[in-house]
Design a binder for this molecule. Structure first.
Ligand code: AMP
Length: 220
């Protein structure tokens, strides 16, 4: 049996950061489509080359490619497990695709956590975000600074700004969320699966709220 927990929220809501925190205290398998795509780009694989043009301008990568990645990831993983999807699904088509993949594996969506954050906070978070080029750990110049500026605490790799965190692209990504992803909020609310947390709070407070919202679903 496969159970899915979905983190739903605009870019900058803290999906990756909260997923990292949740992973430490649970046995959830973290699946970030953004991280998987960036790995494909870095490795110069055909899928990465196809995806890069979309990612660089803040557009969504076509549903078909995303569903291929997710199906392959589920096939690679255990048949009984709980997955934490971060940044997926992002369209109605992907939500339908996930439901079909889960049904074929006697699985289901367990809960969908909506991360609510005021737009001004999102822009500030994305502008200050830095990521490790080597291990993909996430920092923020003011909110989550590394011990040494520009250097990853975890692996010593160089910290860079993601190309799609540049100011012009950020506004496009927020618009893409409103246009293509926000409709999923109603979809999951109607299914009775949605829980909402205030992700505009400091990381540890938001994490505690999320753990409470998921209680029962995440304990080891
Ligand atoms: P993220 O790291 O989740 O912000 O994703 C970075 C970029 O990867 C997005 O702006 C999209 O171009 C692409 N991407 C990640 N996940 C998806 C998805 N589920 N569907 C379409 N594109 C995606």
């Amino acid at each position: 049996m496969i159970e899915a927990i979905i983190l739903l929220g605009p870019p900058g809501a803290g999906k990756g950061t909260l997923a990292e925190g949740l992973k430490r205290s649970t046995d959830l398998i973290h699946v970030s489509t953004g991280d998987m795509l960036r790995e494909q780009v870095k490795a110069g694989r055909p899928l990465g080359l196809q995806a890069k043009a979309y990612m660089d301008r803040g557009a969504l990568v076509p549903d078909e490619l995303i569903m291929q990645i997710i199906a392959a990831r589920l096939d690679r993983g255990p048949t009984a497990a709980r997955y934490l999807f971060d940044g997926f699904p992002r369209t109605a088509e992907q939500a339908r695709g996930l439901e079909a993949l889960l049904a074929a594996r006697q699985g289901r969506v367990h809960k969908v956590v909506l991360l609510e954050v005021p737009e001004a906070v999102l822009v500030e978070r994305l502008a200050g975000r830095r990521v490790c080029q080597r291990c993909a750990a996430v920092y923020h110049v003011r909110n989550i600074p590394p011990r040494q500026a520009g250097v990853c605490d975890q692996c010593g790799g160089p910290l860079i700004q993601r190309p799609d965190d540049a100011a012009a692209t950020v506004l496009n990504r927020l618009e893409v969320f409103r246009r293509q992803t926000a409709g999923l909020i109603n979809h999951y609310a109607e299914l009775g699966l949605l829980v909402t947390i205030n992700a505009g709070q400091p990381r540890d407070v938001a994490l505690a709220e999320m753990v409470a919202a998921l209680s029962g679903a995440t304990q080891r």
